[in-house]
Design a protein around this ligand. Structure first.
Ligand code: ZN
Ligand code: ZN
Length: 480
């Protein structure tokens, strides 16, 4: 195919398109010009009786208010876009007086099963899109679905008239409906967003045990902290969903704000419940004077309360600091000797060295483990408690188990080049028993860094922009 023939084909296709579009517009009679009727009904979709009835109504409307409503009922508009066609008809016919633009075009297309209201600038305030949509949905589509186009069209026109004649009621309708629909959409989004998250957490909680690594400790050894499944479901799934559902059904401007506030307050309350459950655990541990277990229990909750303190600073940020203080309080809490019930005393860092092994002293020195040594004032028996430092770089030594094993050197033995890989050597050593382990590793061959120039990545040309349409194009379409 030559360029010439392609051009010819293009021109023909375009021309035919324009021609069809042109002839379609010409085939829709401008009835007002012909016989003063407001209804263009070339395909005889509406009955004469209905047209007469509508004409009477619309003539009175124009006389009293100057508002013009045109109706076109068509069998088919081919491939044409209903919005474009409505816009073109509106402009060509010039519905509504010049300047005031108080016009409405009601376009019915049977083949597309679509009804469109196209409003002029002057009517956009009185007939906002939501109102148009509502009229179509509530008054016209039910009849159209039954094939009763006369009844549907008449009901729609009557509804439009009732709104135009009592604009105040339309405002109320439109405002409520508009806000409600926006908020409902937002709440729906919340629900859609939260539901999978919650279900995901639930599934994870259900099955995580099966995939969990065997060395992982049980989630919590304290039954008071464990929520039975049904309570967990109620607390984490049903109540939040109920809150969102309640507010999405609520007909109020502030539904979203209230919903978020309620969810927030609800989460806030559940934190108090958790604090209460924690208190039960601590109480039971205090009965056995197991201060060490309390400290460990609190330690495991530290991250949780830091995050909650940031999310709910009042009062949980304050609680977070109390939480930290509490760990110290219980760690240093006066206690009784297991042997003679006499009072015990915690030794200071210098005194306790006498009771620690050489390896423990190294651990304490490098801060991989913190040791507390308690001495009975009566019988002189000793209790040693250890607190692991979770942020230490030291690991247990493979030989002596002292937590003093770490990487001490990492050097390149042979550099990598563009043609060959290199070798590196790592040395791990125990600071207590001096055990050393060397390991070599390969350094990958060098790869020339990809230069950014010469890339063929096409930048997208920014063609097309919105706006510029002075036509307004207000209104709404509904299909059945
Ligand atoms: Zn004692
Ligand atoms: Zn060692």
């Amino acid at each position: 195919m030559t360029i010439k023939s392609i051009t010819l084909l293009l021109i023909t296709t375009l021309g035919m398109g324009i021609l069809t579009a042109q002839s379609l517009r010409e085939s829709i009679p401008n009835q007002k010009k012909i016989d003063g009727s407001y209804v263009s009904n070339p395909d005889k979709i509406l009955s004469q009786a209905t047209i007469t009835q509508i004409d009477t109504l619309l003539e009175a409307l124009e006389k009293n208010t100057g508002i013009q409503i045109a109706i076109a009922a068509l069998n088919s508009i081919g491939e044409e876009d209903i919005f474009t066609l409505a816009q073109d008809l509106f402009t060509t016919w010039g519905i509504g007086s010049k300047g005031k633009d108080e016009g409405l075009l009601i376009l019915f297309v049977q083949e597309q099963r679509t009804i469109r209201f196209h409003t002029g600038y002057g009517l956009e305030g009185q007939l906002p899109d939501v109102v148009c949509k509502r009229i179509q949905r509530d008054y016209m589509l039910p009849h159209f679905k039954n094939g009763d186009y006369d009844a549907g069209m008449l009901a729609g026109v009557q509804q439009v008239l009732s709104i135009l004649q009592s604009p105040a009621s339309a405002d109320v309708v439109s405002n409520n409906e508009e806000r409600l629909s926006d908020y409902s959409a937002f709440l729906l989004f919340l629900a859609i967003f939260f539901a999978p998250t919650i279900i995901g957490i639930f599934i994870y909680k259900q099955y995580s045990g099966k995939f969990a690594n065997a060395s992982k400790p049980a989630p919590t050894p304290y039954p008071a902290m464990r929520l039975p499944r049904w309570r967990w479901l109620v607390q984490v799934v049903f109540i939040p969903i109920a809150i969102v559902t309640f507010f999405s059904l609520m007909d109020d401007d502030n539904a979203v704000g209230l919903c978020v506030l309620t969810l927030y307050s609800y989460a806030w309350l559940t934190l108090f419940l958790r604090l209460w459950r924690m208190q039960q655990v601590i109480k039971s541990l205090l009965q056995t004077q197991d201060y060490y277990a309390i400290v460990e229990f609190l330690r495991k909750q530290t991250w949780y309360w830091l995050i909650m303190g940031l999310l709910f600073p009042l009062p949980f940020l304050a609680y977070f600091f109390y939480h930290l203080a509490r760990r110290r309080i219980y760690r240093n809490h006066p206690r009784q000797c297991n042997q003679c019930q006499g009072d015990m005393k915690k030794l200071n860092e210098q005194e306790d060295d006498a009771y620690l092994s050489a390896s423990q002293q190294v651990e304490e020195k490098i801060k991989s483990v913190d040791y507390d040594v308690w001495k009975c004032q009566a019988c002189e028996s000793i209790e040693v408690w250890y607190y692991l430092n979770r942020f230490t770089k030291y690991e247990p030594c493979p030989k002596c188990k002292t937590i003093a094993y770490t990487l001490i050197s990492d050097k390149t033995i042979k550099r990598a080049s563009y043609t060959a890989s290199g070798t590196g050597e790592k040395v791990h050593a125990c600071l207590f028993c001096q055990y050393e382990k060397k390991s070599t590793y390969a350094i990958p061959i060098l790869v020339p860094s990809a230069s950014s120039s010469g890339g063929t990545g096409g930048s997208r040309s920014s063609s097309g922009s919105w706006g510029g349409g002075r036509s307004g194009g207000g209104g709404a379409s509904s299909s059945w």
